[in-house]
Design a protein. Structure first.
Length: 438
């Protein structure tokens, strides 16, 4: 892909109606993009069905949810959950009686991890065990789901699976240096990804973030064929990230958070959608903007791209409502700081030679540098200190707005998608929000 393909206009087509089915392929946890999509499905009167990743016992054996856990998960979703464990990834899988990748990584230390080597033949065996387990669970899930969807229904499959970092103390220490470290504490993301530990993480990212989308598309083939024969339509969506266009010098320009370790897996997700599209399957990856979520908070500086949304709200004719969002953001700053001053800091940050050098779409995802860490983490810390409380940030307000805007954009666009990979940038999100509130 040579350049991003932005969705420019707010879509209004809707094939989904009361009695159609929305399937969340990934468990709903905390705040995140999936909430906006579920809200739209609920507004349309769709039947909401979810899945679970399951839970692991103390000995790491994967199990289904208990009745109490299932009840809580269904209440959180607002729909039924098929109680078959769909834990993606292979970090805790292994042939019987052999070590898992996580246990192998657990032997690494901060002094040795860059030189420690993994047994790749064994890792591949673990990967095969994990893939078989997941595909078998998908087959069980789809068999149950098939009986829950009437002939002629339209179905919206929303893929939300992502991640894949093994739970190991050594990685937490490394991650703090890669994503939060400056000066002597800085660690190059290249150092991580060139190590055996990094290669394992990238492999597991592929399985969790990308290949699960393929398993969903393949696993639902019988359902798709039945519905299409009886007058229904099937759609697939997935959440991507591949940088975002934001206002820089009053022009929407592509930029990105660096270093985005899952970048290659997100591009593989795009390729899966493109291949499905060529087979006549309407599968679309929506590359969404940077926001603050429970999982993104480790990436210090990812939130800096959010601030120009305030300017986009005004540029796209937000009027009085846009001004009210500016006021809400002003209210969480300390009295001696202004929102205009904060946005000026962002302008200076985006205009720096360091940040300009990372606005290279063809080279994405690029590794981080010490200079980048200084500028990005330093700017992030300066802006955080401008707030009255770390518990109430401008980026919390803006993240909620992005979630509100992306929900209807994805929902309506998926009815008649323009292509397999689309970018939801600040312009169309501002247009959507302004239409919702004006």
């Amino acid at each position: 892909m040579l350049a991003p393909i932005p969705l420019r206009d707010v879509p209004h087509t809707n094939i989904f109606r009361k009695g159609d089915v929305f399937v969340l392929f990934g468990e709903l946890f905390g705040r995140g993009y999936a909430n906006g999509l579920i809200n739209e499905a609920r507004k349309a009167g769709m039947t909401i069905i979810g899945v679970t990743v399951g839970r692991r016992d103390d000995d790491n054996v994967l199990r289904a949810l208990t009745p109490e856990e299932l009840s809580a998960a269904e209440a959180n979703l607002g729909g039924r959950i098929i109680n078959v464990p769909l834990m993606a990834g292979f970090e805790l899988d292994a042939p019987a009686g052999t070590p898992t990748p996580t246990s192998m990584v657990a032997e690494m230390t901060l002094k040795t991890w860059q030189d420690d080597k993994l047994d790749w033949a064994h890792i591949e065996q673990c990967r095969e065990v994990g893939i078989k387990r997941f595909k078998d669970s998908v087959a069980q899930t789809m068999a149950q789901l098939d009986s829950m969807i009437p002939n002629g229904s339209n179905v919206f499959f929303a893929h939300t699976m992502a991640g894949g970092i093994p739970k190991a103390k050594v990685f937490l220490a490394i991650a703090n240096r890669v994503y939060k470290g400056r000066g002597e504490r800085f660690l190059s993301s290249s150092a991580l990804l060139e190590s055996d530990l990094g290669k394992l993480i990238l492999m597991n990212f592929d399985e969790v973030t990308a290949n699960t989308f393929q398993h969903l598309i393949d696993g639902s083939a019988t359902i798709r064929a039945r519905l299409e024969k009886t007058g229904g339509q099937v759609r697939y969506s997935a959440y991507g990230y591949h940088g975002t266009e934001i206002l820089i010098d009053d022009q929407y320009q592509w930029q990105t958070y660096t270093s985005y370790t899952q970048g290659k897996a997100k591009m593989k997700l795009e390729h899966i959608a493109e291949a499905a599209w060529q087979r006549g399957i309407k599968a679309t990856v929506y590359n969404c903007p940077e926001i603050r979520t429970n999982s993104s908070d480790i990436f210090v500086g990812v939130e800096l791209s959010l601030f120009p949304l305030l300017n986009a709200l005004k540029k796209e004719n937000g009027g009085a409502w846009a001004e009210s969002q500016w006021q809400a953001c002003r209210a969480v700053l300390q009295p001696e700081f202004t929102l205009e001053g904060l946005l000026h800091k962002i302008d200076v940050y985006n205009a720096s030679d360091v940040m300009k050098s990372f606005r290279n779409f063809a080279a994405w995802p690029m590794p981080n540098t010490a200079a980048l860490a200084d500028v990005m983490i330093g700017t992030s810390e300066e802006i955080t200190k401008m707030h009255t409380s770390r518990e109430a940030l401008v980026t919390d307000i803006l993240s909620a707005l992005v979630l509100e805007g992306t929900g209807p954009l994805m929902f309506y666009e998926t009815s008649n998608p323009a292509g397999p990979v689309l970018w939801l940038s600040h312009d169309v999100i501002a247009k959507q929000l302004n239409q919702l509130h004006n």
